[in-house]
Design a protein around this ligand. Structure first.
Ligand code: PLZ
Length: 449
């Protein structure tokens, strides 16, 4: 007789526990992995090759029944939690009404609602407009188009350690060759790379680092040729680098004095992740354009560019768009996710998570000189692992700690130009006990590695 087992439903009602019942990956994941190898292009890698059954709250359950603590949120996307109740309900309601019209053909008000929400939530009380796209990279490309259209200039300044995407223009804007750029050139022209503020490694104050960057821009590019400065307020893929205080402010001031559009790429830092709705707020800056994606829609693909009305309205009618940009399911999800961030005060929750994680990680650092730096804001925290004798990056140790954590049931991600940063991006819906347990596992992995 076969017993009928109710399928698990995702979301916060899922048992919030770490439970490993097979080796990792288990037999069913290994079976799918074998099919993946012969069906999916190898360029699409998987860092933890288990296949997902359901997820929610702070856990992800794989097809073998292993329950992992999720400290990665699909790279800072499911800040409201996976299959978050409001998001699920809003998408279900929308999917039964209509799934697509193309906003450029016939509109729908949820697109306008999302634009109004972005205009209200992004820094600054000037008049704003928004446009919606599908991915972070696509939104970054459109921000550059808007800046060029507005200024009539071409050059774009990006920074060391930057990550902006994998399309041709955004590869050019991204700093790291492997795995993002190698073999994929030629890249888009008129992109120039300026030195960043990286306090742990350069020891410069914010104003000193800004002076160095501005000198490079003025000497090598020229203010009059520069359309935009594009920067992540806290760098994501590049290593969770928080610039020294005053760095971003000095760049914004220089941009304003020189008619250059200042674009903040808040794709990874946006939507309560850093303990404020946007990371720019911590630095007291008001960007001209803000690029959003990831956390905006609780897991559905949506991205936006929001900014000063006169800049956003520079491109001619019909100059911006795309078949799926601002898809109705994604807009419904975004409105539900934004309501969740605001009503549940998830920025406040991110600040509590920062306190918990920094307390734990700095205590760990005191007893382990391989932890060179503990940094980040809110629920975007990282440790940089180094050789204590030389301060050189230790990517091998980083890989071992990540692998050991995965095997023990904790999803963590690595990042950094030198591959030596472990980053923590828990959902803001995780409870303290589970977060502590996740950090216990990582601490143990570090000890053993
Ligand atoms: N800007 C700041 O973090 C995406 C990339 C993962 P898309 N980061 C994760 C990978 O290896 O592809 C990102 C980002 C910042 C832009 C992007 C690009 O966003 O939605 O992946 O295009």
């Amino acid at each position: 007789m076969t017993t009928h087992v109710e399928p698990l439903v995702g979301g916060p009602s899922l048992p919030q526990q770490r439970k490993i019942v097979t080796e990792v990956p288990g037999p069913r994941s290994r079976e799918i992995l074998a099919r993946k190898t012969s069906a999916v292009a190898r360029g699409v890698g998987i860092s933890l090759p288990v296949f997902t059954d359901v997820a929610g709250g702070g856990v992800l359950v794989d097809v073998d029944g292993n329950s992992f603590i999720d400290l990665g949120t699909g790279i800072a996307v499911t800040g409201v939690g996976n299959a978050a109740p409001r998001v699920v309900e809003a998408v279900q309601r929308q999917v039964e009404r209509f799934t697509h019209t193309c906003f450029m053909i016939t509109g729908y008000d949820s697109y306008v609602d999302v634009a109004e929400a972005l205009n209200r939530l992004t820094p600054g009380d000037h008049e704003k407009r928004s446009a919606l796209f599908n991915t972070g990279a696509e939104a970054v490309e459109n921000a550059v188009k808007i800046a060029r259209s507005y200024t009539g200039r071409q050059a774009v300044i990006a920074f060391e350690h930057a990550y902006h995407g994998r399309t041709n223009l955004t590869m050019a804007l991204t700093a790291k060759a492997m795995p993002y750029k190698s073999g994929f050139g030629p890249f888009a022209p008129e992109i120039y790379r300026a030195p960043l503020s990286y306090p742990y490694r350069d020891g410069l104050s914010g104003p000193e680092a800004a002076k160095r960057a501005i000198a490079m821009i003025e000497k090598q590019v020229g203010a009059a040729s520069t359309a935009a400065i594009l920067i992540e307020p806290i760098q994501g893929e590049g290593g969770f680098i928080v610039p020294a205080p005053g760095f971003l402010e000095a760049l914004v001031d220089w941009a304003r004095e020189n008619g250059v559009v200042f674009i903040a790429d808040e794709v990874q830092t946006g939507f309560a992740r850093t303990g404020a709705m946007f990371a720019s707020e911590h630095e007291g800056i008001v960007p001209d354009l803000v690029v959003t994606a990831k956390g905006i829609a609780g897991g559905l693909p949506l991205a936006g560019v929001t900014g000063r009305a006169e800049m956003m309205d520079a491109p001619h009618v019909g100059g911006l768009g795309g078949t799926y940009g601002g898809n109705p399911l994604a807009c419904a999800a975004a409105l539900a996710a934004i309501e969740t961030y605001e009503v549940d005060d998830l920025a406040g929750r991110a600040r509590d998570i920062e306190m918990l994680m920094k307390t734990r990680l700095t205590a760990l650092q005191a007893g382990d000189p391989r932890i060179g730096d503990v940094r980040g804001r809110g629920a975007m925290i990282a440790i940089e692992l180094v050789d204590p004798a030389t301060g050189d990056p230790d990517p091998a140790l980083t890989g071992r700690v990540a692998a050991a954590s995965h095997a023990a049931g904790v999803i963590i991600l690595t990042c950094g130009t030198y591959g030596n940063v472990i980053r923590f991006l828990p959902p803001l819906s995780i409870d303290d006990a589970l977060l502590h347990e996740g950090l216990d596992v990582v601490a143990h992995a570090l000890e053993e590695s």
